[in-house]
Design a protein. Sequence first.
Length: 270
Amino acid sequence: MDIIIRDDYEQMSKYAAEIIAGHIKAKPDCVLGLATGSTPINTYKELIKIHKQGLDFSRVRTFNLDEYLGVGPEPGKPYDLDQSYSRFMHEELLNHINIKKENIHIPDGRTKDPKKFCMWYEEEIKKSGGIDLQLLGIGGDGHWGFNEPGSSLGSRTAVVALTQQTLDDNYNAFYKNANIERSDMPHFAITMGIGTILDAKNILMIANGKKKADIIAKCLEGPITSQITSSAIQLHSGGITVVLDEDAASKLTNANRYRHIEKTKLQYGL
Ligand code: GLP
């Protein structure tokens, strides 16, 4: 596991975007797993910049981690009231790159049959050849996607209930600004499972800010537990890169060791 510590959010985002761009250059039809939240916003801005300098997304395929249940683009509904992750992804990244519509996969929050949809989503990921690089943030309670404390570490794409902490975090981050009543916020979501995420060939997790410091330390250096579903990162068998800013790294016991490893690898061209 490569744990990379950068000075601030801007540097963290640049580093993460370069990793994603590197994957696309090495495999132009690669399959990316994408994430939402405030953390990846600048990573996406950086990717858009790299795209403007020539990075081609025309063969890239994407699968998003999750979507709130009951929301999503709907004909006749005021666009401003659409607080879906689908809208977020289009505004923050997808509308600004040359990706093909048919290559974009975001869980359908308006599906009539969520169970069937989840099975279909899993199949589509498999049919694509599997996710080459999964981008991840981390929730305040340590979740990946919406895999809340207590979700099995082998879980697959499913409908889940959101915890109070996640509802509070996400209400303050997104819904409040859109003047949406707390009671109107969705309480359920479709999410890739932890097992689905662990199937990705490579994982790129990013986190910034002091408020992520405790949970990052627990996730990376604490015991593997279904109470912090992202701690499953310690079980992943492929390439893992974690990019943090100084604040998010501030509670890590072994931060200096990670800095040393990065330096040594650079020195020896590894
Ligand atoms: C939501 C998303 C997660 C994301 C988390 C953190 O719960 N489902 O995928 O990692 O928010 O959000 P933020 O980056 O805003 O802290």
